[in-house]
Design a protein around this ligand. Structure first.
Ligand code: SF4
Ligand code: SF4
Ligand code: SF4
Ligand code: FES
Length: 982
């Protein structure tokens, strides 16, 4: 610790602490406009000047030193702060009372007050630019822009989309998108970072405009008149009086604007934020304190909430009558569901019914779903959609290290000095995790290797990009492991101490030569050796993988090979290392954790373990089935075979997202009784006998568990839409109509029950998760959690990891002369999965109206295809009609289709082949025949899509260029210390 005197009081500080943080931490106040703790020093505003030893320095960019004596209020410092802020006001009209940003948190307003500015010495100067309204989600008003550069810093170095810059050399600097494009035609991905950090109203969410204030919905002409009035009285009254009026208006707003914490409903990153609402209108999403995301979001979490107030929301239960559905009361519907489930159980036995929980629902809801299956119906036939993506990764980790979850946190991925990404389009599927990798790669020298079929954004950024033949990852990964062992590049100390099974594993690697790997994968031997060398030199490596690995017939084995590689290189047990199978849905981790699996009770406790069963039997006061149930792939087969008669499915668009969708739809049509619970009338609802209107995440309480095993609370933002109910209440009522006698009043009571029965969650309760607090499982009874797993031992009885031999089989459904093209598929940034939620947000639809198939330039030329050409894709299982997008993201005879379509879902083409270990479909092993159709339409991606933009990478805001302007002088003329961020 060092000692620093602030205004005469000696304070203790960390040696590398920023002076501004120390000043604020110790209760002193100082003006600052451009500084934001999550951006670091930006140094553009100069309002944080303090005096040290007679000279002026910026508090935001100065690191403390022992013995420093700082004055924040000396005459010199105060004069410099006011002078700096006066310059800011020359770029900004203070019309707070009629401004949508007058919500008590406007930095410009608050700094005017803090510095007691009464009059503006430098007059306001309008900038010669129009307001830019071309993005559907936010707008930029150059006249209000104070050129603080926070937005640029956020875009360049936090989001690392590198769209924004400021033309410091211009007579009238402003923020630029792609160096001078409109926002709408730029590379902006609408992540919202810039809008979130803007300290004033220059960048604002369109959902705020005209809605946040009492007077802000006035017509523009009336508004301009009022702004003139405000400006007119300023010379006489000073800003003090004007601010008092605006503060009164702001206080009135606080009575009608609610700010409620929630967790994102889309991907597994687990972003959390406050949602600002006025009645049912969503004013904005404000990320700030999220333990996983801080200020970060992607377009979906920031702006993709159109589904909440969509006219398509289900608002009454529906009962099938012939080919039609009729509206019904809850009571009638519950009675029908209970009667039919009882009848089918009585006639065909408990195992004739199956349950599918939703990875969009809360942990508590999945827990109730599996409890209904097991304790009320008496079957283990319960599953969730992790079967479609994550089960193989979980299996790979179960086999080798013991826990089926990410071995560390997102912050560990940030700390690694080598990140290896395999089969994950991280920038689109887990955008906020991608920002952390992009930032560490750009700013901190982190190395990045990407292996994928497509040259997506992460591949383009990588130091090394591998393009192996489809489905060959297991081979080249195992060959690298063998090479490292053969060449004494493995971490033998780690292996001696922490791993079992080395000799058997070494033997199993015999077939995996570098030469064979190169032949099989198509990656040159030299490149594979370079990868091996990079891995061996890395002090800390993390491997990230996703559906490009897991959705293969050898998904479990390839995941195992990844974990084996981490073990032989000692890349577990330390910060900055480990295995990161990136979870897709927001709560796909939690759905499995909480027992929506046919073989596991909550907390991965096996159904065939009598001790485990007994604990649950005592807790639930019932006898439980001991035989493993059907997983969702087996359920489809069982329906076709006539063994499964009834199903209750929550929030899964299974007839679109399951592989071989036509086959799945045919199965559903055969069910005797099918209950579907959703917020929209999904495609799957078409097969239902009863449709129950559930509630989206914003309309209920509960918890989600993100990819880093982080359990977070979501609070109810809005009342459930009239006619719908939170899903846990619906499931409870069905159970009670079947005689269960459950009495949960609130999801916290469900969590208390989970904690009492599940050692992994022993210390989880709502108090420990209040607000933005979170826990990363396992959680001991005293509340201690484990952000980094395996710091003391692996999760096996002897504490040692297990090297698990795997062998090579190779992919199925290979191209042949008839089906001559390989079809890959995956998510798109703007849409989540099939798009049932995201198509309800108008702006997302504008940017990405439809699905498409990506065709390589070579293939396009060979077949006479251009972007917009309609093509028919025919596989061994079905066909779709879709427009082509010609792009060099794909190569040769490999195609790629995003999943976001209800009309032409890619799963009409995929097969029923699965990974035999987990029954996860081999979605990524599909061969197709392509017919070029005569019609040529518009490009499936409009020009306003960010993929057509031209980013302008630079080193943050580049304030040094501002300082070089001839008209720039540091305020107070006494500035001597300029310090960069590092
Ligand atoms: S990508 Fe767009 S929304 Fe995101 S920070 Fe950059 S300019 Fe802002
Ligand atoms: S638009 Fe950017 S530079 Fe302008 S005030 Fe907002 S954050 Fe600062
Ligand atoms: S979709 Fe994922 S990355 Fe985007 S805001 Fe939601 S949790 Fe974050
Ligand atoms: S806070 Fe803006 S220069 Fe320090």
């Amino acid at each position: 610790m060092v000692k620093v005197a602030i205004d005469g009081a000696v304070q203790e500080a960390q040696p590398d602490e920023l002076l501004i943080d120390l000043i604020e931490r110790t209760g002193h106040t100082i003006s600052h406009v451009c500084y934001h703790p999550q951006l670091g020093p930006v140094q553009t505003c100069d309002t944080c000047m303090v005096e040290e030893n007679g000279r002026l320095i910026r508090a935001c960019s100065t690191r403390v030193a022992d013995g420093m004596a700082i004055s924040t209020k000396s005459a010199k410092a105060s004069a410099a702060q006011v002078e700096a802020f006066d310059r800011i006001l020359s770029n900004h009209l203070l019309y707070c009372t009629v401004c949508d940003n007058n919500n008590g948190n406007c930095t410009v307003h608050n700094t005017t007050k803090l510095l007691a500015i009464e009059h503006q010495r430098i007059p306001f100067r309008s900038k010669p630019y129009e307001v830019d309204n071309t993005n559907p989600f936010y707008r930029y008003d150059p006249d209000q822009c104070i050129l603080c550069g926070r937005c640029v810093e956020a875009c360049q170095n936090v989001e690392v989309n590198e769209t924004l810059s400021i033309n410091w050399e211009d007579p009238n600097p402003r923020v630029l998108w792609d160096g001078g494009s409109t926002i709408g035609e730029s590379s902006c991905v609408s992540c919202g970072h810039c809008v979130t950090v803007c300290p004033c109203n220059a960048l604002m969410e369109k959902t705020m405009l005209g809605h946040a204030g009492f007077l802000t919905s006035l017509r523009k002409s009336a508004l301009s008149g009022m702004i003139d009035v405000v400006k007119g009285v300023e010379p006489e009254t000073g800003y003090g009086t004007i601010l008092q009026v605006s503060e009164a208006e702001s206080a009135m707003r606080s009575h009608r604007v609610r700010k409620t914490k929630t967790v994102c409903t889309y991907c597994g990153v687990g972003c959390s934020f406050d949602v600002w609402t006025k009645d049912r209108h969503i004013l904005k999403v404000a990320p700030e304190h999220g333990p996983a995301n801080g200020i970060s979001t992607c377009v979906k979490g920031k702006f993709g909430w159109g589904h909440i107030n969509s006219e398509d929301r289900l608002a009454t239960p529906l009962i099938r009558e012939g080919d039609k559905f009729r509206k019904a009361s809850w009571d009638e519907t519950f009675t029908l569901v209970a009667r039919r489930l009882s009848e089918i159980k009585a006639i065909k036995g408990p195992d004739s019914t199956a349950f599918i929980s939703s990875s969009k629902c809360t942990n508590e809801e999945s827990y109730l779903m599996q409890k209904l299956a097991r304790a009320v119906i008496g079957t283990n036939n319960v599953d969730n959609c992790s079967r479609y993506c994550q089960s193989p990764a979980t299996m790979g980790l179960f086999r080798t290290v013991g826990y089926g979850g990410d071995s560390g946190s997102i912050s560990d991925v940030q700390k690694a000095d080598l990140v290896l990404i395999i089969g994950s389009n991280t920038a689109e599927s887990h955008p906020v995790i991608a920002t952390r990798v992009k930032s560490s790669h750009k700013l901190d020298g982190q190395k990045l290797i990407v292996s994928d079929l497509r040259e997506h954004e992460m591949a383009r950024r990588a130091d090394l990009f591998l393009h192996p033949n489809p489905g060959t990852d297991l081979f080249w990964l195992s060959a690298i492991s063998r090479y490292l062992l053969d060449n004494s590049l493995a971490d033998t100390n780690f292996l001696d101490q922490w791993a079992n099974g080395l000799e058997e594993y070494r033997k199993s690697l015999e077939p995996f030569t570098m030469e064979g790997a190169s032949r099989t994968s198509g990656v040159p031997e030299e490149t594979l050796k370079t990868v091996a060398q990079m891995i061996s030199k890395a002090e800390r490596m993390c491997i990230l993988w996703a559906m490009g690995v897991t959705q293969h017939t050898q998904g479990s084995d390839t995941s195992t090979a990844i974990s084996n590689l981490l073990l032989i290189t000692g890349n577990y047990m330390r910060p900055g290392t480990g295995a990161y199978p990136l979870r897709g849905h927001n709560n796909v981790q939690g759905a499995s954790d909480h027992g929506a699996m046919p073989n596991m009770l909550p907390g991965y406790q096996s159904v065939d373990d009598p001790d485990v069963r007994q604990r649950f039997e005592t807790g639930w006061k019932v006898k439980l089935p001991s035989a493993k149930g059907l997983d969702n792939h087996e359920m489809v087969e069982a329906i076709h075979k006539g063994k499964l008669k009834a199903m209750y499915l929550i929030g899964e668009e299974m007839s679109i997202v399951d592989s071989n969708a036509n086959y799945v739809g045919d199965a559903f049509a055969k069910l005797d009784f099918f209950v579907v619970q959703d917020i929209f009338f999904s495609n799957t609802c078409r097969y239902a006998d009863v449709v129950l209107p559930g509630a989206p995440s914003l309309e209920k309480e509960g918890t989600f568990t993100s990819t880093e095993r982080r359990i977070q609370r979501l609070y109810q933002v809005l009342e459930p839409l009239e006619g719908s109910q939170p899903d846990w209440k619906i499931t409870q009522e069905i159970a009670n109509r079947l005689g269960a006698g459950w009495h949960y009043q609130h999801p916290s009571e469900i969590m208390d029950e989970i904690a009492s029965l599940t050692p992994m969650f022993a210390g989880v309760n709502y108090e420990r998760l209040a607000g933005y607090k979170s826990l990363q499982w396992p959680v001991a009874a005293d509340g201690t959690d484990e952000p980094l797993l395996y710091t003391k031992r692996f999760a096996f009885p002897d504490g040692k990891a297990r090297l698990f031999p795997v062998s090579w089989i190779g992919p199925t459904d290979q191209p042949n002369s008839e089906f001559d093209l390989h079809l890959n598929n995956g998510r798109l940034l703007e849409h989540f999965h099939e798009g049932n939620l995201t198509y309800r947000t108008e702006g997302i639809r504008q940017k990405t109206p439809d699905t498409f198939v990506e065709v390589s330039p070579e293939l396009a030329e060979e077949r006479g295809i251009q972007s917009g050409t309609w093509v028919q894709l025919i596989s061994r299982y079905g066909q779709v009609r879709v427009r082509a997008l010609v792009t060099d993201r794909v190569q040769g005879r490999e195609l790629y289709m995003p999943m976001n379509s209800l009309e032409s879902p890619v799963n009409r083409l995929t097969s029923s082949h699965t990974d035999p270990v987990t029954n996860t479909p081999a979605y990524k092993e599909t061969s197709v025949h392509l017919n070029v159709l005569p019609e040529v339409g518009e490009s499936p991606l409009p020009r306003s899509n960010s993929r057509f933009g031209h980013p302008t990478p630079q080193n943050g805001v580049e304030v040094e260029r501002k300082w070089k302007r001839p008209d720039y002088t540091p305020p107070g003329n006494g500035l001597v210390q300029l310090q960069t961020k590092k």
